[in-house]
Design a protein around this ligand. Sequence first.
Ligand code: NAD
Length: 476
Amino acid sequence: MIKHWINGKEVASDSTFENINPATGEVICQVASGSETEINAAVEAAKTAFPKWAKTPAKERARLMRNLGELIDKNVPKLAELETLDTGLPIHQTRNVLIPRASHNFNFFAEVCTRMNGHSYPVDDKMLNYTLYQPIGVCALISPWNVPFMTATWKTAPCLALGNTAVLKMSELSPLTANELGRLALEAGIPEGVLNVVQGYGSTAGHALVTHNDIRAISFTGGTATGKNILKHAGLKKYSMELGGKSPVLIFDDADLERALDAALFTIFSLNGERCTAGSRIFIQESVYDEFVKEFAARAKRLIVGDPQDFNTQVGSMITRQHYEKVTGYIRIGMEEGANLVAGGLERPQHLPAHLQKGNFIQPTVFADVDNRMRIAQEEIFGPVVCLMKFKDETEALQLANDVEYGLASYIWTQDITKALRLADGIESGMVFINSQNIRDLRQPFGGIKASGVGREGGEYSFEVFTEIKNVCISM
Ligand code: NAD
């Protein structure tokens, strides 16, 4: 049974729900279903712990963050196995990338919190203004299920390192590794009440948390509709919203096609396609379109779909049966809309062993000759499904890339760097990658524009949500 971590103790709830293995359909465990009672207790614990934690010297907070990073490093195999069991993400991705990234998050923000410098603004010889970054109080950290441990630590690390206390609410679909985080934080020496981890549904536990009067800031990652709903109910609180995406990949005829193919394949099919920055709309210049489509489809067909716990697996299982139905529903829509299915489709992947027959597996699916106004090109599918489209020139490429409600990431492939920089300037997304797949530097501002979110996190940009800036003016 997975319980909550409140004030340093494991706490149960009156009701529970089942956590299901997405690869087999079997029940993994029961999970405590948080209600207003547990949320209130968690916020109260965080509020009580705040004054002392906020006054703990940054060096000491940094030491505890590093302790936690070290414990995560020691537990990588176990955490990766749990993450894969919970989410269906391939083990080679959880083990080699996602879980190790969690310990980087703590080590990185341990460093950042010792360098929280403000600014000074002298006014002739009459006055001096200076600014202070101060912790804000109790923060609500809300995480989705797609890369749960990485996202939970991406929020917890800056929140705690900068002197705040937290109530972390995990997605009801991926409770296992956050539960371990609650345990490891205490083992690392982080005082009781500083990090509280609650489990439960969004409409109950999540709603009670974001509407709580003692919550000062909300760091939310999840769907755009949920983000809008939270903003409607949260009242006056600081927030950052990391929301959905439908990111374009522009491939020009002068690009290094070999590298572009590799990166485009990775950008859509890694993490089962369940990634916010997925390059799910690929626009290809007409002179190389046929060649690109043929090769891309061939490579997609070669990807190994199978047991998420097998190190050879490249694409695992969708998180739930409901999400599987959503993604296959979009494959059906694409066929009805008249897109040309060149790889994958509705047929279940071949050669799945008996114990995986009830798993949520989908073949990597490629639609070519898509019209950008089709639903499959406009709506976030959040699975291994990609749209390939043709463009004539730079002007049309930019127009098509921006013709979507989202604006999280974009990818540009060309050897003409001046053209790439012009496009980077005009493209409507929070992050642009030129001749590169999605590479994460923890100092960079991470986030999107339009329906992809509000605010940025990462490096000093995390100060925006996790600190209050105070101006002090001295008359001389
Ligand atoms: P979701 O919006 O359904 O849920 C996210 C979290 O919000 C969960 O913990 C859920 O329980 C909680 N929640 C739901 N309703 C709530 C409410 N009314 N009040 C408070 N909390 C509530 O999203 P999901 O299906 O878990 O995740 C997939 C989505 O997340 C995709 O749209 C994806 O693009 C997005 N995402 C964005 C980023 C980013 O950085 N921009 C990263 C990862 C995922």
